[in-house]
Design a binder for this molecule. Sequence first.
Ligand code: SF4
Length: 415
Amino acid sequence: MNVQPLAHPDVSETARSLSGGIGLYVHIPFCETKCPYCDFNTYAGINHLLPPYLTALDREIQVWGATLGHPTVNSVFLGGGTPSMLSPAQIATLLSTIRETFTIAVGAEVTAEVNPDDASVERLSAFREAGVNRISLGVQSLDDGELQKLGRRHGAAEALEALAAIWDAGYTNFSADLMYGLPHQGMDTWRSTVERVIAAGPPHVSAYALTMEEGTPFGKQAADGQLPEQDTDLAADMYWWADDAFARAGLRNYEISNWARQGMASRHNTTYWHNVPYLGVGPGAHSFIGGYRFANMKSPVGYMTKVRLWEALDGVVDVLLREYPGPVADIDPMNARTEMADSVILGLRLAEGVSDLTFRKRFGVGLNEAYGEVIAQNVALGLLRFNGDGPDAVLRLTDLGRFLANEAFVRFLAA
Ligand code: SF4
């Protein structure tokens, strides 16, 4: 087939080029039960679709491998949903498809999200043998009452056993994932959760504030007044108390909601925050590659139907997206302005901030030339600060900005 790629003169070489490798996200949209706060693209009661789903995933991976010219993959993230519902053999097959289709970088980070109720030593060891080398464990809370209200199927004791099992299975790289700002959660239970998680010694922790998402049972209950109004002051106290406790335990905050020991930051998620190319496969998965942002359709059945007949187009991402999009539903061609705003907003999430030199190398202009007025407004509001001068200058969130980051970010989007 004779197809001509579109030129994208306005996006940066970084956005187009795959020479630095990519991050690969694999979505597993299956859950045993649906938690009432969750708005991820996951479904309960469709487990019978798992085998044909894995076949479709295999095909999508191969289509992208050929279309992108088999680039190097620096990190793989099996997320969901509940990837730990897959058997070790299914994970081994999936990872071997990825290995055969892409070039996996030496020492690539391969993460699987795991629910505590799936985390026996035997199962985790088998995942490790299959090629997983990092676990992201959905602890959420170590208070049984809070876990029950969240609709989680595990209790605190199971979560602690899972953390021990991860060590026993030989993992040295894993994250304990927590939530705060929960309905009826008090400072006492949050402190106890944080202290006991720290005592389990994870090299990485994430802590996200609960948000009441529209369309979820929690969102509806909050709108109907059946859940207490969220106390943002208490949530802020929880955040800063945990930040301090993590720091004392050697877990440094490297992203607004993530803390890690030296060298243990999530490489995969850092790909997103550096706004460099990644590919997402599976229904609803997002990608940023070849100068486009795009997302697959959300329906697993629709996705499987479209993928079945999809063919690769060697080396021409834009023609594939434009003319033969298969399961891809939303396509957003990048332009320099949106890529710049994304790079600042995502980069500011990181404690390392956004270096003027790096920004200038990527976009040909400095931060102040691109966003002088917006930066000045945010600095005046105490949300951002510059460290250093000239090419050494680095723009960072202040402590206030870390908690009110979205207020700073919207100004870059509007600029
Ligand atoms: S287990 Fe995770 S992905 Fe599944 S419904 Fe609950 S929060 Fe959502």
